[in-house]
Ligand binder design. Sequence first.
Ligand code: IVH
Length: 680
Amino acid sequence: MATDPADRVAELRTAIREADYSYYVLDDPHLTDAEYDALLRELRRLETSHPELLSPDSPTQRIAGTPAGQFAKLRHPQPMLSLANAMDVAELREWHARVERLLDATAQVAFVVEPKIDGLAIALTYQDGRLVRGATRGDGEIGEDVTANLRTIGGIPLHLRSPQPLGLPLASSIEVRGEVYMRRADFSALNERLAAAGEKRFANTRNAAAGSLRQKDPQVTAERPLRFFAYAVGPFSGVELQSQWQTLHYLRSLGLPVNADARRYEDFEAVLSFCRDWMSQREELPFEADGMVIKVDDFAQQRELGVVQRDPRWAVAFKFPAREAVTRLTAITVNVGRTGVLTPNAELDPVVIGGVTVRNASLHNADYIGERDIRVGDYVTVKRAGDVIPYVVGPVIALRRGDEQPWNFPSHCPACGTLVERVEGEAAWRCPNFGICPAQLVRKVEHFVSRGAMDIAGIGERQADQFVSAGWINDVADLYSLKADQFVGVEGYGPKRIANLLEAIDASKQRPLDRLLVGLGIRFVGSVAAADLARHFGDLDAIVAASEADLLAIEGIGPVVAAAIGNFFQRTESRHLIEKLRAAGLQFTTSPAPRTSDSLTGQIFVLTGTLPNLTREQAGALIQAHGGKLSESVSKRTSYVVAGVSAGSKLARATALGVPVIDEAGLLALIGHRPGLEQL
Ligand code: IVH
């Protein structure tokens, strides 16, 4: 292991890139999550104490941009095409016959077959191996610049590998095209998390991928489990590529994830049987595929076949049949979530859809049921969009007999009987009995003890329900007052189990502040935002006292998240809960960062604008590590304003008051980072 910080930073970056590569490209992880996190933490620490070593393509710099008001539009240098569909084998044969007819009769035609991943198409521009831009497909001509968001996707390399093993050069410039998607298991977990946070679930993996990528705040995108498959190139230079098959190998050698299920066939019957096999296996895939894409392999033949409107004649999508079924809706029940949101759920006569027996389906919300006039007793079309909860598409009116019952949303919470309220501007109804409604409390406890939060083994949905029904706990803090004698005589609790449970609860008091923040269940505050809050404020009381402006000063926290945090801590029951947690002895502070020097002691800094290399968090940490203080506003007492690009009123005020203004290099010079500045 290198001892020189610069060498160690290089070593860590290589190790992290290799780990990303084995995880996302080879699909063969060689580090555990904990090992990976440890490397990333060490790298972050080194970059904070040696900011001259930072570089924008460091794996720590995936979340860089600040929330975009709107995505800038950009024109694709070459239109991004779409595909004509073949709905069955007969149509596929017709497509093949036309390809043969249009090409020279003596030509040998080979085909590449790839799964058609259900996500959204994007284009990534790499210059000299560095990711410089990423865009959505949009209408094929004009897309949106989502670079900051795409950078947060682990499978998208910020830096290409050398294609050496293939004997091809690294393209000086290349546009890589592919699909951003979400795996089914990740999609289910995300939906659960959203539902638990009182937010809307996504209907399918495609919407989830698109919705997650098009977030205004890259921080939110970073928390979404997005993946990427590369399957084509746009304009490129500095390398010669002759076929689709060669291109896929080239992309893979550059360190881009390429679907391992792609095949090349010279015999069209083999193409057909590969498609048939896939159709029957689609349930077993970790991702959602809505068909297969068949492409003529040779680029010269592709050019000969050409493009009609937006559809190339050299490719076709073989669509899998939709996974739907019709069954009877026997009842509608209502579930209560952690934040009180009520969600209607359809109970169905069991029906097999794509090999899975379906008994329940989502009805989304009251408006959904009303707009579609879904009635109890209706025959309904049910669709399985992913691996998760199927949903009701709508009633089959032709099958109505006249005894179906229109359904009205309950006026009272099914769990506590409180009059429900409509959330203004949202489709959701809520039980406003916050903190008291037993159904909400059970969900809150489940969330508090979950792995990403306080991680208390031995408590799950059943136990949460049990503790709440027994009246043992009225909020999550009451977990810390549970006593052994309460369990005596309760079925399933022997002395050993009771001891283990109380020990696990006690051990959770040592969880760091960020985990406690996750556990509180503040809307939009997931693990990343919680870690930022903990790092920035270092103390729960400071977070509680923070104004919206203080919160907005954290890079990656936008107005919506800041408002949610503010609202949470303003509520009396939140304040009360925090006092109980304090009394129970939980960790309210993070251990302070080590002091590097006292060179800035007594000096007050104001940061404004975007610095070229350091994030605001890093610059702030650096100032504090050298004994300096940070302030949000410029006054005569301010020692320096550190200004970056698009600095606004603070810069103007500094000039007016005669406060010295320095840039990032100036800041580094102040703390004695003279050598190596040119490396920045
Ligand atoms: S090729 C001809 N390959 O399908 C070039 N597209 O309906 C068109 N898609 O917009 C793209 N997997 O979002 C291609 N292996 C694959 C694909 C794929 C999914 C999507 C892509 C495209 C749409 C066309």
